[in-house]
Design a protein around this ligand. Sequence first.
Ligand SMILES: [Zn+2]
Length: 215
Amino acid sequence: MSQQLPDSVPPDLFAARADAIASAARELALAGWTPATSSNFSMRIDDGHAAITISGRDKGRLTRDDIMLVDMQGRAVGTDARPSAETALHTQVYRHWPEAQAVLHTHSRTQSVASRLYANAGVVHLQGWELQKAITGHTTHESVLEIPVFPNIQHMPELVARVDAWLSAGKPLAAYLIDGHGIYTWGRDMAEARRHLEALEFLLGCELDLRRLNA
Ligand SMILES: [Zn+2]
């Protein structure tokens, strides 16, 4: 590995996180949610660092060597590799939620279509679905789960500011869509982040089916 680790980062910890990211990425790629090298995945290492996928790699073939270290401003640490262009959205989650340990971003067909369909409304309201309970903090299907849809702004600081504005308004946030692009969600460990991602993929798919049926 060309990744040099700072003294404060135990090599075993980085390797374990890198393996967990690579294995999750391969599985999500198999589901068809990461077309054409898109999508990116990360895990927290400590308060100052995260491990994240290197830009442009085929997510179906990821190994430990495709994962790099960044600081919480999204800058590469101990490597010449280039982190994903969207690294700032990952580090924003780690800065905002100290308990967040994993961030997943995918580009499935369902997520992409839903993001276009709800872009004008700026939000998807999910209500009445049993699987809403898969999202931590949602204990009943009767509550409303709001998934905002942000514009696909290529200038990352502006997109980060949009997410911050939602949070500053005091609204809960478990995930968000980006118009014509994909979804971001996270969790207190990789398993929780995976559960959130799978639940949201399912729920968005159900909403699209209802629209197709004009229900
Ligand atoms: Zn993306």
